[in-house]
Ligand binder design. Sequence first.
Ligand code: GLN
Length: 488
Amino acid sequence: MKSQLYQLSATELSQLLQSKKTSSEEVTRSFIENTERLEGKLHSFISYDPEYTLSQARASDQRRREGKVRGPLDGIPVSIKDIISEKDQPLTCGSRFMKDYRSPYDATVIEKLKAQGAVLWGRLNLDEFAMGSSTEHSAFQITHNPWDLASVPGGSSGGCGAAIAAQQTPFALGSDTGGSIRQPAAFCGICGLKPTYGRVSRYGLTAFASSLDQIGPMAKCVEDTALLFQAIAGYDESDSTSLSEEIPHYTQALQASPSPKRIGIPKEYFPQGMDTEVREAVESAIAFYQKQGHEIVEVTLPHTEYAIAVYYIVATAEASSNLARFDGIRYTHRSPHSNAIDVYFRSRSEGFGEEVKRRIMLGTYVLSSGYYEAQYIRAQKVRTLIRQDFLKAFETVDVLLTPTSPTTAFKIGAKIEDPLAMYLNDIYTVSANLAGIPGISIPCGFSKKNLPIGLQVLGQFFQEAELLQLAYVFESSHDFHVRSAPLS
Ligand code: GLN
């Protein structure tokens, strides 16, 4: 029984607001109160400001009274991964370097949300500069998984995953460079969409690896995911890599049932020895789609085995370049020394955490003379092969079904000392970023320990509507997304 406003989906809340059965202020208070009740155990948020948020809610209520509602998002709280700029609000990127920084401007996605009347609610925890798969690399706190407080929520958008699963917020914007939306969605039993590269503006997203980064929605259910995605998708002249493809009506698309599809099952994503609970859950999802009249076809993506290596060359190379601007002069943390070299050197040593330093070193190494051709250029060539694998598969199938992550949420501390084990966790997610294609993760089962299992649907460029439709069909005939986490 849902008796509290915070238990409702954004879509349900939007309907209640429209029929004037509640106010944005009441809705927002409900999330604030639930957050405060749980935050001591979860640590999903890096910062929040109830007064700032409530003043937006009251402004929304005022608009509604005056008949000036700006659309379905008006009055609904949305939380933001703390790596997306929101004017005058803290922007830490999970880093000591940025501890006291405030954004001087709005990211394009934030501008869009404000223009549609959304109520910005809190800044969510992440691995430092989005580098990680567990949120343990945040400089400030470890976020706990509401399904099991001893486990990680995934990463790097782990604060988003935990906050949504625990009903501290109805939905959130995350970012995905190699799986950071989809993997925490899988670990927390929620829905997360990584859009096609170029679909959503990256203006105002602190760059980690610019050729891979995308902002995307994370939510309790597919409908809310579509609603939030609709609000942020589209061309932006401030991001030269954003594309001006037509934007379909995503929420409406859900009402139509998907035409019969050819669904590819890439055999490399189901290796021998894979986690049996993950395999069983994903296989029963495949059986479901087959029963619905879709055709299931085995396909091959032969360069999958190189994906992790390629990703960790390309991503670290771009990160080392993007993070070069953190010099202790222009941005926040500055180590007080009298000569410039010491300021640079000490500021970076003190400002960055261990994982970020590791990536900067790896990236600098693969870009250095003598290694550049052997490592970086070669990785770019293999990246092209990985992309061609997908293009070839999409000649015969419409979408691909895979697990989102090889395992369910792992214990806090289990992989933190072993970077390679942590990186291998991204095996099913990084290829979509390398190729630029969209991917969605939805819950498709639970392990015996009651931890969520994620199903990933990958599609062709700009086919997010198709992914949302297929995800919605599955969600509508299962109850995985409505089960609530023990701590919620
Ligand atoms: N886990 C991957 C990494 O650490 C992906 C991170 C992300 O998508 N931001 O690089």
